[in-house]
Design a protein around this ligand. Structure first.
Ligand SMILES: Cc1cc2nc3c(=O)[nH]c(=O)nc-3n(C[C@H](O)[C@H](O)[C@H](O)COP(=O)(O)OP(=O)(O)OC[C@H]3O[C@@H](n4cnc5c(N)ncnc54)[C@H](O)[C@@H]3O)c2cc1C
Length: 555
């Protein structure tokens, strides 16, 4: 029977996990862990996953939200990585067009800029070639006039033209949850707010972990033949517990993004542009907002909750002012922000933005398998490498034979829309269907874009529970999203819903302020919170709302 992915079933699942012997236990529910879980289970490897926060709450909800090959890495001659990751873009898009979508990117070219006209033309050609980009999406070179037509806000002084090429925009946290949902649908046991506290060994080999439920405090012993450390920026913390932190290690760097309302920063076109100190950053329009980032600075602070500092904010505002001088953008225009920590592999003597984004697998004497580095975009290939290793080891140890990787052809949850070419038609049809549930076509369209083929579940909640939405004084589409989140996406706290399931705290912060009280009351009823829990979770949301706009003094 298909298991639900419900927040109210976590304790049951943790108990069931304790009673089984898994082939594979994954620590970490970011995109890396989710990808490994889906790949493994669909090859016949019996898999469990534990995540100490919410799924995607680490780096996988804090990125620039691009599925991209990383044009700038060409400059560092990381040809293989650009080619591998570049090719992944089309696969990720095909398997989940509701979460990932092509976006034309403009690279303005200036006299004495990072890229000249000739190097941009060649660079983008190579980029497209390596990524095997389809004909209609290949780069175009633009004149100065064409560049300004695409984006009139650009600095005109020194502008000589532009490169115009395709990248893919995504929602990192939703990509993570959709991959995780698909993994669970295939049989994976995955639980959030469940921390791998210590390793269990047998004859010096790791055989499982003690997991502590971060909500109840209960402890569980979960056993598996293989354990993968996919803890992103925390992998070294786990290697320390395993006494295997030697040789290579991580170098953490922090990246901050700022969000502006389109009324204040009416950017028409995604731009990849030079900063005054010779780096390159993005400005991207999205859902009535414009977001800009990222910084790249060494980080030694508390990993769980990195924040924007006043220097980070000043750096980005200065870069915006440099490229969009007529805007006169100011601190008070920043509507929201987020910060993330990159788990990069340490390289002697390199500056943060020079460190490679490649991934590596490290094996400890205890058998612990650690996956380090990498990018959101490369998650499927990284998963393939890890699961190849796991299945090889299992087969050699006499535990049977396993299939080869199939994830290239597996749509993620919500991705059953008949392929990317059918998606526009699918949106139209389902948006029209939404009017039967008293939604406007626009409301329904937004829901289809968010949930893809899971839209039928949202319509189910609307049909069954619209009278309850009225009781909570909530719009019916918001109420249905919330119920879907709780019962089918393991939403446990208001921040899970407002940050990682909807992205609202970043891109619709006033919407969060408007509906938080009703959402919290509804969650308290559905999840049977005590008064203490309700107060704690409300305060946590308030803290995130405050931190999104208030810089911290230091990291
Ligand atoms: C500012 C910034 C911008 C970026 N932009 C892009 C981009 O545009 N495109 C791109 O492709 N990549 C981008 N990246 C890189 C990308 O975001 C990361 O490579 C990716 O999200 C890492 O995923 P992960 O699953 O390895 O780590 P995480 O998402 O951090 O997941 C690790 C998880 O492990 C959990 N965990 C840790 N310890 C334990 C434990 N003891 N028990 C249980 N769970 C544990 C954590 O809570 C966490 O959720 C960016 C990164 C940053 C910081």
């Amino acid at each position: 029977m298909k298991r639900s992915f419900s927040g109210s079933e976590r304790t049951t699942y943790l108990r069931q996990m304790e009673e089984q012997d898994f082939d594979l236990l994954i620590i970490g529910g970011g995109i890396t862990g989710a990808g490994i879980a889906l790949d493994a289970e669909t090859r016949g490897v019996k898999t469990a996953l534990v995540e100490m926060q919410d799924f995607g709450a680490g780096t996988s909800s804090r990125s620039t939200k691009l599925v991209h090959g990383g044009l700038r890495y060409l400059k560092q001659f990381e040809i293989k990585m650009v080619a591998d990751v570049g090719r992944e873009r089309a696969i990720i898009y095909e398997n989940g067009p509701h979460v990932t979508t092509p976006e034309w990117m403009l690279l303005p070219i200036y006299k004495r800029g990072t890229f000249g006209k000739f190097t941009t033309s060649i660079g983008l050609f190579v980029y497209d070639y390596l990524a095997r980009v389809k004909k209609e999406e290949r780069r175009k070179m633009l004149s100065r006039e064409e560049t300004l037509e695409k984006e009139p806000l650009l600095k005109q002084d020194g502008l000589i033209g532009g490169g115009y090429y395709v990248e893919y925009r995504t929602d990192d946290a939703r990509l993570t949850i959709e991959v995780m949902k698909k993994a669970v649908e295939n049989g994976v046991y995955a639980v959030n707010y469940a921390k791998a506290e210590e390793f269990l060994y047998e004859g010096g080999k790791v055989k499982g972990v003690v997991v502590v439920d971060q909500i109840s405090g209960n402890r569980y012993r979960i056993f598996a033949k293989k354990v993968v450390n996919a803890a992103g920026p925390w992998i070294d913390t786990l290697r320390e517990k395993d006494r295997s932190k030697e040789g290579k290690r991580l170098q953490l760097t922090k990246g901050v993004h700022l969000v502006f309302d389109q009324k204040r920063f009416p950017l028409r076109q995604a731009i990849y542009f030079d900063t005054p100190d010779g780096r390159m950053i993005f400005a991207i329009p999205r859902g009535g907002k414009t977001y800009v980032g990222t910084t790249d600075t060494l980080f030694q602070g508390e990993i769980s909750n990195p924040r924007m500092t006043s220097e980070d904010r000043a750096y980005i505002l200065n870069a915006v002012h440099f490229m969009f001088p007529t805007l006169n953008i100011r601190e008070e225009d920043v509507e929201s922000s987020w910060a993330g920590v990159r788990p990069l592999i340490y390289e002697e003597g390199k500056k943060p933005s020079e460190i490679s984004r490649k991934d590596e697998i490290w094996l400890s004497d205890s058998g612990l398998i650690t996956i380090a580095g990498g990018k959101l975009t490369g998650y499927r290939k990284m998963a393939e490498e890890v699961v190849d290793l796991v299945t090889d080891q299992l087969t050699r140890e006499g535990h049977g034979r396993y299939q080869i990787c199939r994830t290239k052809e597996i749509p993620i949850s919500g991705g059953d829309v008949g392929g990317s070419h059918q998606f526009p038609q699918y949106i139209k049809q389902k948006a029209l269907e939404g009017t039967k549930y008293n939604l406007t076509e626009e409301q329904a369209r937004r829901l289809v874009l968010l949930y893809g083929s899971n839209i039928d579940r949202i319509y189910y909640y609307i049909e069954q529970y619209d009278h309850e939405a009225e009781r909570y004084d909530l719009p019916v589409d918001l109420y249905a999203s919330l119920l879907y989140g709780i019962y089918e996406e393991m939403v446990l706290k208001p921040v899970d819903f407002f940050i990682r399931r909807t992205g609202a705290l970043f891109f619709q912060i006033n919407f969060v302020r408007k509906w938080k009280k009703q959402v919290i009351q509804c969650m308290a009823d559905q999840l049977h919170w005590s008064e203490g829990e309700k107060e704690r979770y409300s305060l946590e949301l308030e803290e995130y709302l405050l931190n999104a706009v208030t810089p911290s003094v230091s990291d």
